[in-house]
Write a protein that binds this ligand. Structure first.
Ligand code: GLU
Length: 420
């Protein structure tokens, strides 16, 4: 393990972001202490039958961070590096994310320590069904609603919905969001996080007077968020995507990349690397390219004290959760880089998850245009609300988003009062 990995604790990072913003809020110290900690945590160890007939043990977590404003909400990720502290951090970020866009949810997150890239579909299905049954007392449409995250898909959500429904004896689509449209998913949900990242970049560019037609864009991560975000930024904003990457490395072409050809190459070879019409770069080099818009859409802590000074962009629209450390935030602010923080920039996903849940509860489904229009309105209004706090308090956009979000959760907590 490298030095950086040893030092890095995402939950401590989330708490220090909280502490920074909480100073600006006139809230009771006891309530602050409550909001710094997760409400409930469940860790499960469970066996899965592998294709070779052996049994393998897996560990998973589900953390419900806060449920004051509504049911706990947040994705489930499958990744070999999942830890309880990472899931805690992600659940805390979900709490602020739902509050900043003002949807009636608390925050949660789940994770299973596994490497889905080395597992068959059958193994992943058995893992998903068993994990669901291990956390079944924790989830429901009223209490805690999972969704996709890193390495989980609409198919994963279909298995969760089916396992939960089979146990209860009838179909309960509202227990998860991000499902296939055919079984109660929402039109526009698959694209929603990338679409929100695009709106965040657009609003930032308008605020700063950056010409989107001339803008160069670098995107780290070519999964659901990065690939769709890149495509929408190119097609709807008219900007030029000069670099993309995935976990194996990156590619760059200053003249702009043909994204459908890049996607085709990834489908055929498993990676964007090796795409013929571009030069190969590392993920680290991608972050340091000269551009107007940078979209980190992979994992946590990629922009840190050691590389923040070398970042050469005007705008960062955070598709990933937690890509920028607090030390890097301070350096970027001093350099004049405008960061649209994760809890705002990538809130499009959970916003359309909320629409999906509402549609499931009502068994009444919306047109895609309606979904996108409502999403745009929420993103544009939330961006303006956060920007107003940033200007009024003279703080960066992250601290402003936290001030707004923590304030909303603290008010709800105060109004409900402390039981008993
Ligand atoms: N995993 C996504 C996120 O980090 C979506 C969560 C959801 O839709 O509940 O925001």
């Amino acid at each position: 393990m490298s030095d950086k990995e040893e030092k890095f604790n995402p939950f401590e990072m989330a708490q220090s972001q909280f502490d920074l913003a909480a100073q600006y809020l006139d809230i009771d110290d006891g309530i602050k202490a409550k909001l710094r900690l997760p409400k409930r945590e469940l860790t499960v160890n469970f066996p899965v039958r592998m294709d070779d007939g052996s049994l393998r043990m897996f560990t998973g977590h589900r953390v419900q961070y806060d449920i004051t404003r509504g049911p706990a909400k947040g994705g489930i990720r499958y990744h070999p590096d999942v830890t309880l502290d990472e899931v805690r951090a992600l659940a805390m970020w979900m709490t602020w994310k739902c509050a900043v866009v003002n949807i009636p949810y608390g925050g949660a997150k789940g994770g299973v320590v596994c490497n889905p890239k080395e597992m068959s579909d059958g193994e992943l299905e058995r893992l998903t069904r068993r994990f669901t049954s291990e956390i079944i007392m924790f989830i429901s449409p009223e209490s805690d609603i999972p969704a996709p995250d890193v390495n989980t898909t609409s198919q994963t959500m279909a298995w969760i919905m089916d396992t939960y429904s089979m146990t209860k004896g009838h179909s309960i689509p509202a227990v998860v969001t991000g499902k296939p449209v055919e079984i109660g998913g929402s039109l526009g949900r698959r694209e929603a996080t990338g679409r929100g990242v695009m709106f965040a970049a657009r609003e930032a560019a308008h605020h700063l007077g950056v010409d989107l037609g001339e803008a160069r864009v670098a995107v780290q991560g070519f999964g659901n968020v990065g690939s769709i975000g890149a495509e929408l930024i190119q097609n709807e904003l008219g900007s030029r995507i000069i670099a993309v990457s995935d976990s194996r490395g990156g590619i760059t072409n200053p003249a702009g990349l043909d994204l459908s050809a890049v996607r085709q190459h990834k489908r055929e070879t498993g990676s964007v690397v090796g795409y013929p019409e571009a030069d190969t770069i590392t993920n680290e080099e991608l972050l340091e390219l000269e551009c107007e818009i940078l979209v980190p859409a992979a994992l946590e802590e990629v922009i840190h004290a050691d590389n923040a000074d070398r970042i050469r962009t005007r705008i960062i629209s955070e598709g990933a959760n937690g890509p920028t450390t607090p030390e890097a935030d301070a350096i970027l602010y001093d350099k004049g880089v405008f960061v649209v923080p994760d809890i705002l920039a990538n809130a499009g996903g959970v916003t359309v998850s909320y629409f999906e849940w509402v549609q499931d509860l009502q068994s009444f489904f919306w047109e895609e245009d309606e979904v996108n229009k409502n999403l745009e309105q929420i993103m544009v209004n939330s961006f303006a609300d956060v920007l107003a706090v940033a200007q009024e308090r003279n703080v960066n956009m992250r601290t402003a988003a936290y001030i707004l979000a923590i304030g909303r959760v603290a008010t709800a907590t105060q109004l409900r009062g402390v039981y008993p």
